[in-house]
Design a protein around this ligand. Structure first.
Ligand code: PLP
Length: 380
């Protein structure tokens, strides 16, 4: 099997599994217990908090653990809006956000908040000038993702962060796809809230973290015990949290080299397709390394539905995904491609290849050999 769907999830790194294992066995304690077994678990949680904080370049007291990127997004957006509702009622986000952000915003609209959904250009970029323009009386929060999950476009967050700071508006970024792939120091980005998820960076599923700049408060979504600075009730997922810390530590050491390697594998795929004369449209900006995640490639092949190509590749042992979201039985073209102004037909032809740590040059050569053949067969 050749796995090319790392933006959906990643396999857990063996080094991560090794550090997690004792926390299922001898160090199984509840980190809130005062006895030694509990305190050993607490040490694991706090060590991980330091690892995540050092990765993000923030204080460990600014990191809280959650159950997922989705929960981090929900807590950042709804938690912030509800905590500061006396000071405003307007949120600015973009049309290409993940559903975790879009549906959190929709929920807030139902509660009387106003939300502006910014358009993007044909490569999926938000214009920082548009963010500036939309700031109004009552704007509380700006939430723009760092890198898009479907097309890999990186957003100009530094410029947006600067505007947010100048206008004293809080700035959240969903960095679930960016963390571990590109530099994600919170003070470089200039964000006040940042969401991340362990399973996208070779850690376990069901664990996330939220960076909350010192001085900001949030209204908790879960009510119960006083865990995670009273912001997220519930006994901590200790093995998962320990795994997330290790995943961050590994990413900080290997990210730069790995980025170069993935970029060159991505170029290899593109070159291979060009040589074979296959007709395609690129939905990912690839000319400048600053423009997109190194391992993401969203591509529409002429004359073939993405879903049909996905199935054919799967039969050959190659896993990719489509840019489409399946809603109530009908396959609708993705909201991201739609926002980029891509026609319904081209959007339905999109497939997303997302490369990762396990992919080798030999695998990519195999993909280049198989993919054009399948494309030609499916067209004829
Ligand atoms: N945000 C983005 C950009 C994502 O790609 C994802 C997952 O695909 C999420 C949020 C949700 O993360 P999780 O799967 O941890 O809930």
């Amino acid at each position: 099997m050749i796995y090319l769907d790392h933006n959906a999830t990643t396999p857990v790194d063996q080094r991560v599994i090794e550090v997690m294992e004792p926390y299922f066995r001898e160090t199984f304690g509840n980190p809130s217990s005062s006895h030694q077994i509990g305190q050993k678990a607490r040490e694991g949680v706090e060590r991980s908090r330091i690892q995540v904080a050092s990765f993000l370049g923030c204080g460990s007291e600014e990191v809280i653990f959650t159950s997922s990127g989705t929960e981090s997004d929900n807590l950042a957006i709804k938690g912030f809006a509800l905590a500061y509702k006396d000071q405003g009622d307007h949120i600015i986000t973009s049309k290409i956000e993940h559903e975790a952000v879009l549906n959190s915003c929709k929920k807030l609209e139902g509660l009387g908040f106003r939300v502006t959904y910014l358009s993007v250009d044909k490569m999926g970029r938000v214009d920082p000038g548009e963010v500036k323009k939309e700031i109004a009386e009552g704007t509380l929060l700006i939430s723009i993702m760092y890198a898009n999950n479907e097309v890999g476009t990186i957003q100009p967050l530094q410029e947006i962060g600067k505007t947010a700071k100048e206008r004293s508006i809080a700035f959240h970024t969903d960095a679930v796809q960016a963390v571990g792939k590109i530099e994600s120091k919170v003070n470089v980005i200039g964000c006040d809230l940042l969401s991340l998820s362990a399973h996208k960076i070779y850690g376990p599923k069901g664990v996330g973290a939220l960076y909350i700049r010192k001085g900001f408060s949030l209204s908790p979504l879960l009510h119960g015990g006083p865990h995670e600075r009273r912001l997220r009730a519930g006994t901590e997922n200790v093995p998962g949290i320990v795994g997330l810390g290790k995943a961050c530590e590994i990413a900080s050491m290997e990210m730069e080299e790995e980025g170069k390697r993935l970029r060159s594998l991505r170029n290899r795929i593109l070159e291979g397709l060009k040589i074979d004369g296959v007709k395609f449209i690129l939905n990912t900006p690839v000319d400048d390394p600053e423009e997109s995640l190194p391992g993401t490639l969203n591509i529409s092949f002429a004359g073939i539905e993405g879903e049909a190509l996905l199935q054919a590749l799967d039969l050959e042992g190659i896993s990719v995904s489509t840019g489409s979201a399946c809603e109530s039985g009908s396959i609708d073209p993705s909201h991201v491609l739609f926002a980029m102004g891509i026609s319904r037909m081209v959007a339905k032809r999109a497939i997303r290849i997302s490369l990762g740590r396990g992919n080798t040059q030999e695998e990519i050569d195999k993909v280049i050999e198989i993919l054009p053949k399948l494309v030609k067969r499916l067209i004829s």
